[in-house]
Design a protein around this ligand. Structure first.
Ligand code: PHB
Ligand code: FE
Length: 322
């Protein structure tokens, strides 16, 4: 695998190549080239997507940065593509796909993110809570782009597991959640069970999240993972599911555009208000819009057998038949 990076260009940014793909940036845009074409994205949107792909280790299934470019996770190796899930590109036969070892592509994306993120720009933050991504190279923001992802082994708050958030730990209550009560539950365990019973206030925990569109595992029961997240503005990626996902809207509102995963044809628009529950099928891609900071519970089954179970008909692409 050939991975190269060049000396800085006139805007001060390095150009990165891996396999047949090259990534360069100027003051406003990333330009991606591959053997049969090229593509541009606004740099703020591109960095928000790279940040998610890096933090999630390529996530479940497909991470489309937009309707042209993205990655598909095969859990150990990963495809990077242009136009593969875009009917027009496919018909014109200018689509392109290349497979990479997980660590090689992750390393390249991390290097791009580090070199191209300027001081004051936080790709995880809502647009009103960060500085600008644009302009010539100026400084860096390593603390923001290397945040540790919360992955509870059992549950947040269990001794030895992920810790609760607090002012002291550097997680103040977000401006959108000033009215969320910060009281923690009282646990009255039967004698002998004191260190086995645990509870925490999930709303208080989420009110202190400093990132957007970043599901984190707050509890795990075998393969059943509760991955709540706080949302504001637009989900940076168009996620192509490789398994069913349940959404529980815990507060405020998110609107979802749901499309066919392979062609991008529109399938549904889902308006979720506080208390609504939706089951997202395994053969769609979706992107969410949150006009205000909101809380969303994403419920995943983390089993790595699910894509194969769907492929061989053992599992349905629909989570429920009505
Ligand atoms: C999803 O694709 O299901 C997803 C991703 C990130 C979020 C919420 C949902 O923050
Ligand atoms: Fe999804």
């Amino acid at each position: 695998m050939t991975v190269t990076e060049t000396a800085p260009n006139t805007s001060g940014y390095k150009t990165f190549s891996i396999g047949g793909f090259t990534f360069s940036r100027d003051e406003y845009f990333v330009t991606i080239t591959w053997p049969t074409g090229s593509h541009q994205m606004a740099i703020d949107a591109f960095l928000r997507s790279v940040q998610r792909d890096v933090a999630w280790g390529f996530f479940y299934g497909i991470v489309n940065f937009d309707e042209v470019f993205g990655t598909m996770n095969h859990y150990g190796n990963v495809d990077m593509f242009a136009g593969r899930f875009n009917e027009a590109y496919r018909k014109a036969e200018v689509d392109y796909n290349e497979n990479f070892p997980h660590d090689d592509l992750l390393g390249t994306f991390k290097a791009i993110l580090s070199d191209w993120t300027n001081e004051g720009y936080d790709p995880f933050a809502a647009p009103m809570e960060t500085g600008s991504a644009f302009g010539p190279n100026s400084g860096s923001n390593e603390d923001a782009i290397t945040r540790k992802r919360v992955v509870a082994q059992r549950m947040v708050g269990v001794p030895g597991d992920e810790e609760l958030r607090s002012d002291e730990a550097g997680f103040p209550v977000n401006r959108g959640f000033a009215d969320v009560t910060q009281e923690e539950p009282t646990v009255n365990a039967e004698p002998g069970y004191e260190d086995q019973v645990c509870a925490f206030n999930l709303y208080a925990y989420l009110s202190r999240s400093d990132v957007t569109w970043n599901p984190s595992v707050v509890s795990a029961c075998k393969e059943s993972l509760y991955c709540p997240t706080t949302e504001e503005f637009i989900l940076p990626v168009i996620h192509g599911n490789d398994r069913v996902e349940w959404f529980v809207q815990l507060s405020d509102e998110i609107q979802w555009d749901v499309e066919d995963r392979d062609t991008g044809a529109k399938r549904a628009r889902v308006v979720m208000k506080a208390g609504d529950v939706a089951a997202m099928p395994a053969d769609i891609r979706h992107q969410g819009y949150a006009p205000k900071r909101s809380m969303l519970l994403v419920w995943e089954n983390g089993s790595n057998r699910i894509p194969e179970m769907i492929a061989n008909g053992e599992a349905s692409v629909h989570p429920v038949e009505f």
